[in-house]
Design a protein around this ligand. Structure first.
Ligand code: BGC
Length: 423
């Protein structure tokens, strides 16, 4: 089966870099019990010091693209004060990636922002959006010549719900009102950033791609004949997937999000369909869970390869844009003797579903490169195609890393690859 999309990996600054000034996550990790294994974003994978080694390894594995985030806190550690040394260092990293033939996609907000911004109310306050936009303008001035592909906000729905409904991520709490306000403010921030990126970078002969990285989860009724299961699956889908999609893609604000400010009209504010897909939920009413008997990963998430196509098809039908999978991956912690047990099969099954779908998939960014700091889960789940020794920070590619290299070289998946990498 031929694969027509480019392949690479995705990461987020706080999850890999270390040596960061105080982000919202540094503050959150100090709260007892907030991170499962008691770790903090320091040192994560130590990428801030080891970035050249990581870039070189990506090149050795023939990866074609890389999604990275530029950390707001590192660049503006105090309100209004830019750290020019950090800017220069990020430029070096981006130039190095490009020289190695790896095209960067940059995320402007991936769950983290300065703690000073959090203390002002973060994205729960509409007047704070201008501070984010000022950061975006700085990024465009410094990196606009190097980067053409942008994710404005990573998973606004996940940020808003994990923080304000489940109290699992900063700033935390239990408030529907704040969850909805945060989604609204992220949508406003996205649309303003979208306009600014285009007005700054558009030029003849240059294609600029801007989108949110939208976390989509399929909601499947446990029993499709049960009207309660069906109804709740629809409600969950609307509140979790569609509300933010409509606002960010089209400036279409549901009354739950309030009327948009007057600079925001209906329109088109995403240039590609960018999807983060991991799993689906099986709905049986107010609660959801895993389909009985379905295969699961080491975090208990159902492994459901067809879901990547189901989610992509829905968005493609609505927006008719090329599809980029900006995240997909699985927690596979291996065993006493193996670095991983099922990731190669996971990857191949997702690729097979994508290839058979006939949909215009253009890019696939695997989550993630080196095993990293997984937010509230700490260092416990291993999502990387490269193993990290937590003590020495030494990197060791896993079989799936070599498998991706072989797939990129051949431009297809076939029985030979299945036989070589899937036990
Ligand atoms: C996030 C990543 C995270 C991954 C795996 C996604 O929701 O964007 O930052 O590490 O899921 O948990």
């Amino acid at each position: 089966m031929a694969l027509t999309f480019k392949i690479g990996t995705a990461s987020a600054a706080v999850q890999i870099e270390g040596d960061l000034p105080r982000t919202n996550w540094h503050a959150w990790a100090e709260k007892p019990g907030s991170i499962k294994d008691g770790t903090s974003p320091e040192p994560a994978t130590g990428h801030w010091k080891r970035w050249r080694e990581d870039n070189a390894l990506m090149q050795e594995l023939h990866l074609q693209i890389a999604r990275i985030s530029l950390d707001w806190t590192r660049i503006e550690p105090r309100r209004g004060q830019w750290d020019e040394t950090a800017v220069a260092r990020y430029r070096e990293e981006l130039i190095d990636l490009k020289e190695r033939g790896i095209e960067p996609l940059v995320t402007l907000h991936h769950f983290s922002h300065p703690q000073w911004f959090e203390e002002m109310g973060g994205f729960a306050k509409e007047q704070n959006i201008s501070l984010f936009i000022r950061f975006v303008a700085k990024i465009l001035a410094e990196f606009g010549d190097l980067v053409s592909d942008w994710n404005t906000i990573n998973e606004p729905n996940v940020f808003a719900t994990q923080s304000f409904l489940y109290n699992e991520t900063p700033p935390g709490g239990k408030s529907w009102r704040k969850a909805l306000t945060t989604m609204r403010n992220f949508a406003i921030a996205h649309i303003r950033a979208y306009k600014l990126i285009h007005s700054t970078l558009d030029a003849p002969g240059r294609t600029i791609n801007v989108s949110i990285a939208h976390h989509i989860r399929g909601f499947t009724p446990l029993n499709p004949k049960n009207p309660v299961h069906r109804a709740f699956a629809k409600i969950d889908d609307y509140l979790y997937n569609r509300l933010i999609e409509n606002a960010c893609y089209n400036g279409n604000f549901h009354p739950l999000l309030g009327r948009p400010p007057c600079d925001i009209q209906r329109g088109h504010y995403c240039d590609v369909v960018a999807i983060n897909y991991y799993t689906r939920s099986t709905v049986r009413g107010l609660t959801d869970g895993v389909f009985p008997g379905a295969p699961v990963n080491d975090l208990g998430w159902e492994i459901y390869p067809q879901g990547i196509v189901e989610c992509a098809r829905e968005l493609h039908e609505r927006h008719r844009l090329p599809i980029w999978i900006t995240e997909n991956g699985t927690a596979d912690n291996g065993s006493d003797t193996e670095l991983e047990r099922f990731r190669p099969k996971y990857l191949l099954d997702h690729f097979a579903a994508m290839a058979a779908s006939g949909l215009p998939f253009e890019r696939y960014y695997h989550w993630c490169f080196v095993d990293n700091w997984e937010w509230s889960e700490g260092m416990v789940p291993h999502f990387g195609i490269v193993h990290l020794d937590p003590t020495t920070l030494e990197r060791t590619p896993k079989p799936s890393a070599y498998m991706l290299r072989d797939i990129i070289d051949q431009g297809k998946i076939n029985d030979d690859i299945y036989q070589r990498y899937v036990k």
